[in-house]
Design a protein around this ligand. Sequence first.
Ligand code: BMA
Length: 315
Amino acid sequence: MNDATTILKRHPKNPLITPRDIKGAMAVFNPSPVDYNGKTVLVLSVYKFQHYSGTRGGYVAMSDDGVQFDIRQEPLINLSHSPKPFDKLGQDIIDSRVTKIDGTYYFLTPVMLRGEEEGPLLLLGKTEDFEKYEPLELVGTPTNRGASLFPEKIGGKYYRLDRPGHRDDPASIWISSSPDLIHWGCCRLLLKPGYAVWNRMKIGPTPPIRTFEGWLVIVHGVFSWTGADLSYYIGAILLDLEDPTRIIGKTQSWLLAPEEPYETSGMVDNVVFPCGAIADIKDDQLRIYYGAADTCIGLASGPLSAVIEACKRQI
Ligand code: BMA
């Protein structure tokens, strides 16, 4: 195998979820996938127009086979009527990234302060059952996007990846640690954009997946072919299991580029955007559910071992 761009295959039923699946939705995208008692759960970004302004909310889709999804019509994350300090948060939330730690599903969600330009800042929340969501604490100052928790403690500490920066800021991946998921420190720059052409402008993380070879992190990368419009790609990096501040591999080429019509044309053209992946270790399969053109949701999958190999051989 010499070409990482051929490892993943798109599902023939793509796009699996479209705005038609949620009443009043303009766009359904950027899913965060987790395994929930053998079911596949996606936490979705859904964009609706209400009273002539757009709001973006976190909805839940659930599936037995990972392809056919039941989608709840009401958002799981609803911050209206929240207690202090969450009463200051706006309804417009950005892509959540969900991680299961010791049986609880934790969300890191970039949120805006109501009526403020500054943002987004980072909200930690949790659910046990995808029925009830509880906000826990604000754990990152503006601007913070893409924050992703590791699924277990490493050397007695929790770890997380972040992508600070907003709009045109250069965007790198940072790593930090915490004794309790609330207080974070020991921040280190992990990876700057531009190690390959497809991530020349930005690079951002998703929740790491434990494999025998290291922590596999599916990333997004941003590049502009024209100098104006941006294109979003999907790639992967591999971190040392014991010392996740050490990068031990990264794909030189992308794993997925916007190529299909539902990826090249939509609310935002030329976007494939991941918020995580599910590894079926027994079957050696990696399933990446991704937002396509900020409008609908696709699935691309392939051998997990091949993705790890591509990181290690830097192809
Ligand atoms: C990023 C985020 C994503 C979005 C992507 C492409 O900055 O806002 O939610 O999918 O841009 O528009």
